[in-house]
Design a protein. Structure first.
Length: 281
């Protein structure tokens, strides 16, 4: 499988498009999340939106689901749409994978207003996507994807769930996508992190803990961070996906020049991912 980094950085950046990954296997493409800037990220990478076969949604925040409505309207065949979903031909619409309860909320709270408002017919989620509600795991192109429940904490201590992915296939490397995790329990660190050969870890580059994403100082084990210690063998597996533009702007915690890529390697990480970077697993 080939993994391509389409975006990393600030959720509202015009340059970095926030966290966005594309998986390619057997000439099929899956996106991990489809945020508000994902259509621009695809265009910037020269990827046609019609070439996306599937989308996995980790949680229901705008920077991870905000592009789904645009994808639905772009991909939907208005002239040749089937009268009933069961009559739709194979590959008629992209597959949409999400945890079962999250899938319900995705329709109720994010998509129904925009799609049901179309005149002339009653739209449903399955009109635009081949919905695949997930409980614990799913398969795609020979790979098994196990959902790992994590915690994404927002302002006011409201806890919002997010579901990471542990990807496995015989004779291939095991890959773990944390997909917006502010907190990883010691159990996750000891079990799922150790299972993985490669970890794509979200990482905010702030001198303080915002309570939204994993923090660099915590991941690197700085004493002042007072955090769970990520042993060097775990850090050595981690590609960091940054959530501020400090990395591309070359600014450190104190605002002074900083080579984050060198810093990450000095602290034992694989490094920070870069837009356009690809790797085989």
């Amino acid at each position: 499988m080939k993994i391509k980094i389409l975006g990393c950085g600030n959720a509202f950046s015009k340059l970095n498009y926030n966290q966005c990954f594309m998986l390619t296997e057997n000439c099929k493409n899956m996106l991990i999340d489809f945020g508000s800037k994902a259509p621009m990220a695809l265009d910037n990478a020269g990827v046609n939106i019609f070439d996306i076969d599937a989308v996995y949604i980790s949680h229901q925040h705008g920077d991870h689901v905000g592009g789904l409505e645009e994808m639905a309207f772009t991909r939907y065949d208005w002239m040749n749409r089937p009268e009933h979903w069961k009559e739709a031909p194979n590959e008629y619409a992209p597959k949409l994978f999400a945890q079962k309860e999250l899938m319900k909320n995705l329709w109720k709270k994010s998509l129904s207003g925009g799609l049901e408002s179309m005149e002339g017919f009653d739209a449903t989620l399955e009109t635009f996507f081949e919905a695949k509600p997930v409980t614990k795991s799913f398969t795609w192109e020979g790979w098994n994807f196990e959902l790992i429940q994590q915690v994404h904490i927002m302002t006011g201590s409201m806890i919002s769930n997010t579901f990471g992915l542990l990807m496995t296939k015989d004779k291939h490397k095991t890959v773990y996508f944390t997909t917006d995790s502010q907190f990883n329990s010691p159990h996750q660190v000891q079990v799922f992190y150790k299972k993985a050969d490669i970890i794509f870890q979200d990482c905010e580059c702030l001198p303080f803990k915002s309570g939204v994403h994993a923090n660099y100082m915590e991941l690197a084990g700085y004493p002042e961070a007072n955090a769970t210690v990520y042993h060097k063998e775990l850090r050595a597996k981690m590609w960091l996906s940054h959530y501020q533009d400090f990395v591309t702007q070359g600014k450190g915690f104190d605002g002074k020049p900083c080579d984050w890529h060198k810093k990450a390697k000095d602290d034992g990480f694989k490094g920070f991912v870069k837009v356009g970077q690809t790797m085989e697993v």
